[in-house]
Design a protein around this ligand. Structure first.
Ligand SMILES: C[S@@+](CC[C@H](N)C(=O)[O-])C[C@H]1O[C@@H](n2cnc3c(N)ncnc32)[C@H](O)[C@@H]1O
Length: 263
């Protein structure tokens, strides 16, 4: 059963925003967003950024001359987006119940969103409904099962990464983008994988994510408290001594809404 998550606890939204802001500023994230905009083509009409968060992509698309609208299920995110990007169009809505009519959109983009969806298939059926024939869809997302973390305890690291992935609603949605798009009847489906690498000064903001992963593993009983604390202590040391490395595969899938007669 699909449920709308209209309200996120204040602490968790602040932590999420801080992490997204740190990631967004990273040059690899800038390149990835730029690539996602290129893959939208030259949209002849409205483009929706679904799960828009604080609205950065909506602002960047507008700078490129695209008529963009941000949609998010979270009221707090939409409030924040409106505060940060006054004048831009933001609407509350769920990925399976978008506030658009049939064929209203020339483009659909969702970045780091599908892993949060319990039913990605239903979201793509909705994407197809709101896209016009020939409209473009671009999905960007991380694969939570394949985070690469340099550590002196690789087996423990694997347990921690997988325990965190197991807490995510659809942790492997990104590797399934291609199949999901094909199953939903999209055409010209293409996939790229870009690796986000965090070392040096980019490492510090990622410690929060690793702490969450270690906590997840501890809570689910996959590692002991002592193992989690020892593992985190090593990662903090690595940040201090510039020996930290986190690499995350980012999947980008793009496709075209077919003409109605082949629908
Ligand atoms: C990890 S954030 C990514 C935000 C933004 N796309 C970015 O790249 O920075 C995921 C966003 O998806 C939103 N979201 C989660 N489930 C959603 C749903 N069912 N429909 C629409 N938005 C959703 C969350 O509220 C959050 O803003």
């Amino acid at each position: 059963m699909w449920t709308l998550r209209r309200s996120i606890p204040r602490m968790s939204i602040d932590a999420l925003i801080a992490r997204l802001d740190a990631y967004d500023a990273d040059p690899s994230a800038v390149r990835l967003r730029t690539r996602s905009y290129e893959l939208l083509g030259d949209p002849a009409g409205l483009v929706a950024d679904v799960g828009c968060g604080a609205g950065l992509a909506v602002a960047e698309l507008a700078e490129r001359g695209v008529q963009a609208v941000g949609v998010d299920v979270s009221e707090q995110m939409i409030e924040l987006a409106r505060r940060r990007r006054s004048g831009a169009d933001f609407r509350i809505g769920g990925a399976c119940d978008l506030p658009f009519g049939d064929g209203e959109l020339a483009g659909y983009r969702a970045d780091k969103v599908f892993h949060e969806l319990a039913d990605p298939t239903r979201a793509l059926a909705e994407a197809r409904r709101v896209l016009m024939p020939g409209g473009r869809i671009v999905l960007v997302g991380q694969d939570w099962d394949t985070f690469v973390i340099d550590s002196s305890a690789p087996e423990l690291t694997r347990r921690i990464v997988h325990a965190r992935a197991d807490q995510i609603t659809s942790p492997r949605a990104a590797r399934a983008h291609r199949s999901l798009l094909l199953d939903a009847g999209f055409q010209d489906v293409a996939v790229e994988v870009h690796t986000a690498v965090f070392t040096g000064q980019r490492a510090e903001p990622m410690l929060g994510m690793l702490t969450a992963a270690a906590e997840a593993a501890c809570t689910s009983g996959v590692v002991t408290r002592a193992e989690a604390d020892g593992w985190l202590a090593e990662q903090r040391d690595r940040v201090r001594s510039d020996r930290f490395l986190l690499a995350v595969p980012m999947f980008v899938a793009a496709a075209t809404r077919p003409p109605s007669r082949t629908a």
